[in-house]
Unconditional design. Structure first.
Length: 274
């Protein structure tokens, strides 16, 4: 198995956030976790260095590295570092009040998630402690973005040795609609490598709530969403509500941008079209 690399941006102004702990908990023996912090105005480099050293000391025995980053803007510095180091996963707290908290759920959240070349695991304010990763629950809606997220989840599934579950949310309650949606999920499941053995059609007008309720009592689950889901004839059911999902989810939410997905997602999307 090739080694994995996780990147965890931290905010020295708001320590004791759970992203680093969750990244270490999810790491395999072959995973390196890199903790980074960006030097900003009013925050001396030595303060950042001390902070990173203290964070690393929280995880004795884990393969943890630290790096202080410098530059004119938090978003640009992080995106440049992500591009240059190509991590398998970015793990980011989403509820701090400092630059990183605003980064994820504030006005510039889309800049990081949409522009990142790596999938981003967001840790929301009510996310519960995470132990071993046991399942990737991928929300699909027929869009190329959601199918690109499925492709990324498939790669992580192979590397972590955990199964994938496909789910789709519909507000239609008719039996015939349920059968049709389930059949579509089944056909998609067979095209994934390795083939997916579990899928479910969820019902509800509130997409985030349906997804959150589905995984609420599933320890070790991670929700996987495309950053901008859009099916023909539907509103933007995933992209427009991703922040709500992160805010209220008790499990981490993996958000995959088009830049982080490979061309396989577009192949799957093409296969989905009649």
């Amino acid at each position: 198995m090739n080694p994995l690399r996780f990147l965890v941006p931290l905010d020295p102004a708001h320590p004791s956030m759970p992203a680093a702990q969750i990244a270490v908990a999810l790491a395999t023996p072959a995973t390196t976790v890199e903790l980074v912090a960006v030097t900003t105005a009013g925050l001396p480099a030595e303060v950042v260095d001390t902070f990173l050293a203290e964070e690393a000391n929280r995880f004795p025995g884990a393969a943890v590295e630290v790096r202080r980053l410098e530059g004119p803007g938090v978003v640009d510095v992080l995106l440049h570092h992500i591009t240059s180091t190509d991590p398998d996963l970015v793990v980011l707290d989403s509820h701090g009040r400092g630059p990183l908290g605003e980064l994820v759920l504030g006005s510039v959240s889309a800049d990081l998630v949409r522009s990142s070349s790596a999938p981003t695991l967001l840790i929301g304010p009510v996310c519960e402690p995470v132990g071993e990763l046991r399942r990737l629950t991928v929300a699909v809606d027929g869009s190329s973005d959601s199918l690109g997220a499925l492709d990324v989840a498939s790669g992580l599934s192979r590397r972590f040795g955990v199964p994938i579950e496909l789910v789709e949310v519909t507000d239609e309650m008719a039996y015939t609609s349920d059968v049709a949606e389930s059949a579509e999920l089944h056909r998609l499941a067979l095209r994934v490598d390795p083939p997916v053995r579990s899928w479910d059609v969820l019902h509800g007008h509130d997409v985030p709530r349906a997804l959150i309720d589905h995984v609420r009592f599933e320890p070790g689950a991670v929700l996987v969403l495309g950053s901008h889901g859009r099916s023909a004839g539907r509103p933007n059911v995933l992209g427009g509500t991703a922040a709500r999902t992160v805010r209220h989810s008790t499990v981490p939410v993996l958000v995959v941008s088009p830049q982080a997905a490979s061309d396989e997602g577009h192949r799957l999307a093409g296969a989905e079209r009649p």
